[in-house]
Design a binder for this molecule. Structure first.
Ligand code: ZN
Length: 134
């Protein structure tokens, strides 16, 4: 079964921490051991895992991506969001995380970030939990 999370972004470029929502769905599923797949079905938004403790880290990542793919830098794709497509490819569209004892196996400082690059919009994250055979 695929679960759909709805994420509402409030500006053009934004990292939204979805770890709590994902953990809640795992808790409700009752699955103790397995793998959680998260997939973003958009071409101008992605997903990544990085530090959630210090909010300046996500700010730095967004600023670095802006330097790699600046807005309106003479792209072939003339919709005005070519930079958003490039940033999405750089961060990627999916992550997979192990579940052990009903908990996500993430490092102490790690969080899961939905990465908006062409907001504000209402977006989707697909989630699938694969239960380990016991
Ligand atoms: Zn486009």
């Amino acid at each position: 079964m695929i679960k759909t999370l709805t994420v509402k972004s409030s500006c053009r470029e934004e990292f939204i921490d979805i770890r709590t929502e994902v953990e809640q769905i795992i808790k409700e599923s009752g699955i103790k051991n397995g793998i959680c797949y998260l997939y973003v079905p958009h071409t101008t938004a992605g997903i990544t895992i990085n530090e959630g403790a210090d909010p300046s880290v996500k700010k730095d990542i967004i600023n670095a991506l802006k330097k790699i793919a600046p807005y309106g830098a003479g792209y072939a794709h003339t919709e005005g969001n070519a930079d958003s497509h490039i940033k999405t490819t750089l961060v990627g569209s999916s992550v997979s995380i192990f579940i052990e004892g009903g908990r996500l196996i993430l490092g102490q400082w790690q969080s899961i970030f939905f990465c908006e690059f062409d907001g504000p919009r209402t977006r989707k994250v697909y989630m699938k939990i694969i239960k380990e055979e016991e």
